[in-house]
Design a binder for this molecule. Structure first.
Ligand SMILES: Nc1ncnc2c1ncn2[C@@H]1O[C@H](COP(=O)(O)OP(=O)(O)O)[C@@H](O)[C@H]1O
Ligand SMILES: [Mg+2]
Length: 231
């Protein structure tokens, strides 16, 4: 693949522990191109969140290499990885992870501030894009789960990241709400040519992805069709 956005080479992660557990990642390889919408399936404990933490530079691999837009995370150093996270990566989580003492607007604006963009109108526009016009000044506890996830999507897309990592983004939502969230998230990413990786159990996710990967025993394998993951 020419100039992948993410290149993962022989990636290992062993948390150590008492030595009885197999490493979480066992020499996995993958390349992901600009604008790809990827569904990453895998049983609980198969290493999906571990992979995301490593791509985000929040944890270090035991062995192997991760490149984001051609830059080796190891070479970037701690400060470089923090900058990369703030400027280029967006995150969406199962439990939304909004700051409870900040309003919807403040949660989104903070993400912009950390990327050195002090533009309140851009934050308001992002909230409008996810259908939350009129609810900008509510606190997370004054919003439904689906609405909180919309705030999280606004917070991720507002800084125009090159990559969004979504870890079980519908894991805490009912099917209908989850469907709307997947539609919104994937539509926004397509429009902005943002690369999206969704770690998931939900077969529904398959329909929104243009590439399907599966995590098995700490390795990533390519799947050719939705049927294989949903049967
Ligand atoms: N911080 C940690 N310390 C020790 N072991 C961990 C840690 N995080 C994950 N693991 C282990 O690594 C494996 C993969 O976990 P995880 O990446 O969370 O999988 P998934 O997100 O697919 O459910 C599991 O066996 C889990 O127990
Ligand atoms: Mg996980």
């Amino acid at each position: 693949m020419a100039d992948p956005v993410i290149r993962i080479v022989d990636l290992w992660k062993d948390y150590g522990g008492d030595g009885t557990e197999a490493p979480a990642l066992r020499g996995t390889h993958v390349e992901i191109g600009k604008g790809e919408i990827v569904a990453l399936f895998g049983k609980s404990g198969s290493g999906k969140s571990t992979l995301f933490n490593l791509i985000a530079g929040l944890d270090r691999p035991t062995k192997g290499r991760i490149e984001v837009e051609g830059q080796d995370l190891q070479d970037l150093g701690e400060r470089g990885r923090t900058q990369l996270r703030r400027m280029k990566l967006g995150f969406v989580f199962q439990f939304f992870n909004l700051l409870p003492t900040l309003t919807a607007f403040e949660n989104v604006f903070l993400s912009l501030e950390l990327a050195n963009k002090f533009l309140p109108e851009v934050a308001l526009h992002a909230l409008k894009e996810v259908g939350l016009e009129g609810k900008e000044h509510r606190f997370p506890h004054e919003l439904s789960g689906g609405e909180q996830q919309r705030v999280a999507i606004a917070r991720a897309i507002v800084k125009r990241p090159s990559i969004i990592l979504a870890d079980e983004p519908t894991g805490n939502l009912d099917t209908t709400t989850g469907d709307h969230i997947l539609d919104l998230l994937t539509r926004r990413c397509r429009e902005a040519a943002t690369t999206l990786i969704m770690a998931t159990h939900a077969p529904l996710t398959c329909r929104y992805a243009n590439r399907i990967l599966r995590m098995m025993d700490g390795l990533i394998v390519e799947e050719n069709s939705c049927e294989e993951v949903t049967r």
